[in-house]
Design a protein. Structure first.
Length: 482
């Protein structure tokens, strides 16, 4: 991506209270027809005149467990519904989970990470939920339909304003409540708002119906592998949720005690004593894998596994950097913000990736173990938190390898063998090289790949239908607020 240039005058610069002078902000302003600053236009109204703060601090009760909702992609979906919660008690009070809400509230995420910037609740019991201070909690004033305001907050146009004008900071960007409420929207009569909401509600119902038909990819993969290799497809729940990416679909583990013989310690090459290595579900999976005909990853490599290197970032460099957050455990998101120049690329062979490389996230709680394949010829580099695995395609099917490590038989080995604690967990090349994989023919691998891919493609078609419905809602709202 070449270095962009633009010109502006000091009068335009002064329009922003933070005197922003970055290219991203001004390119957005020049392409947007949503006027943020026109204070004299009586046909516009600020969000501060629509939304009123409604915080209800919450006190935990001894012995009670609550459903904690932090902000972030894990807990919320694109349509503003809760996917998951974090069990919270007074004993492990995290401090930031402290607000109660009601069905009258709209919650607006202050973090860029959240898939939906705004969410609300209907027909759901919220008594047990407690929310983080990463949300702004509001009510709408009289004269405004709550759902109409919510739809505005979710439009692509509003998201564009958040991304290009409001968010501050690098990495996990945030914005202030006051910044959001400076945004102006057209004044629309309440009767018209109600009509628009009535038009959208059937579309929302259709989205819910389509979403109910979606099966998580890992469940599809586990089901196929369970049938092919004859194990219980619910084994991932028995293994439970852990610290790594693959385990996040499983249920939370409960406290368990077990006995172990000293002879079992020898099963670890480095004499591991951790319960993570020796607990009964792991032992059961190790026994099962041991009963299969397997080989080690190092037996199918075209070269040794290695990590990338720390990039020398250059905003105008043009060669994207792939970091942990860009691995989605289903595809690789190409960075649009962090780059290196050609000189760094040419001199850093270890960091360069090729089409067909398998990338494994090798650092960090929850992120560790994400595995994706490079599907582009574009020049790219990876940082030092990602391992590059190059498979000899004459020996092994790359996509079968990917699916295997998204199944319980693969990702339990990642959960078993990482080192470290809290967010500093690591997975090193030697451990990855010695992971076991099925020793089956390329033809058999391709059969499994074809079946899984067919099912995953059906899910993608369903997602496209959902996105079409979302776009209909967006179009209705944007036409109303032009």
């Amino acid at each position: 991506m070449p270095l962009k240039q633009f010109t502006t005058d000091f009068q335009t610069l002064a329009k922003d209270q933070y005197l922003r002078n970055d290219e991203k902000f001004y390119v957005f302003l020049s392409s947007s027809n949503w006027n943020l600053f026109d204070v004299k236009n009586k046909n516009l109204i600020s969000l501060k005149d629509i939304l009123v703060d409604d915080y209800n601090n919450f006190e935990y009760e001894d012995g009670e467990e609550y459903k904690g909702i932090p902000t972030g992609q894990t807990y919320l979906d694109e349509d503003g519904y809760i996917k998951e919660f974090q069990p919270v008690t007074v004993e492990d009070h995290p401090g930031r989970l402290k607000y109660k809400v009601s069905n009258d509230n709209i919650l607006i995420s202050s973090l860029r990470l959240a898939k939906s910037p705004a969410l609300y609740f209907e027909n759901e019991n919220l008594n047990d939920y407690v929310f983080s201070n990463g949300f702004y909690i509001c009510k709408v004033k009289d004269g405004w339909n709550k759902k109409f305001v919510l739809y505005i907050l979710r439009t692509k146009k509003l998201k564009g304003i958040l991304d290009n004008h409001i968010y501050r900071g690098i990495g996990i960007s945030v914005y202030k409540d006051d910044d959001l409420k400076r945004i102006k929207i057209p004044l629309i009569p309440k009767s018209r708002q109600d009509q628009i909401v009535a038009e959208i509600e059937p579309i929302e119902k259709k989205i819910k119906e389509l979403k109910s038909q979606i099966t998580p990819p890992q469940e599809i993969i586990n089901k196929v592998f369970a049938r092919e290799f004859e194990f219980n497809e619910n084994l991932y729940n028995e293994f439970g949720k852990g610290m790594t990416a693959g385990t996040q679909i499983a249920k939370d583990r409960t406290l368990r005690t077990f006995k172990n013989d000293f002879s079992e310690v020898a099963r670890s090459d480095i004499l591991r004593f951790s319960t993570r290595f020796h607990n009964p579900p792991t032992k059961k999976l190790m026994d099962f894998l041991g009963s299969m005909n397997t080989i080690k990853i190092k037996d199918v490599l075209s070269e040794c596994i290695h990590r990338g290197v720390g990039p020398e970032y250059n905003p105008g460099g043009g060669i994207p950097v792939i970091k942990t957050g860009h691995l989605k455990n289903s595809y690789i998101e190409i960075s649009q913000e962090e780059f290196v120049n050609q000189s760094f690329y040419d001199s850093s062979e270890r960091a360069r990736v090729r089409k067909g490389d398998t990338l494994i996230s090798s650092t960090g709680k929850v992120s560790l173990g994400k595995v994706d394949i490079v599907e582009t010829d574009q020049e790219l580099v990876v940082d030092g938190h990602i391992s590059i695995v190059r498979i000899d395609t004459q020996k092994y099917n790359r996509l079968f390898f990917i699916y295997f490590f998204r199944s319980i038989l693969g990702y339990f080995q990642i959960e078993r063998d990482f080192t470290g604690a809290t967010n500093q967990i690591e997975l090193y090349a030697n451990e990855i090289s010695n992971f076991q994989i099925p020793n089956i023919s390329l033809k058999h691998q391709q059969k499994i790949v074809d079946e899984i891919k067919t099912e995953l493609d059906k899910q993608e078609e369903m997602k496209k239908k959902i996105e079409t419905q979302r776009n209909k809602i967006d179009e209705i709202i944007e036409n109303a607020i032009k």
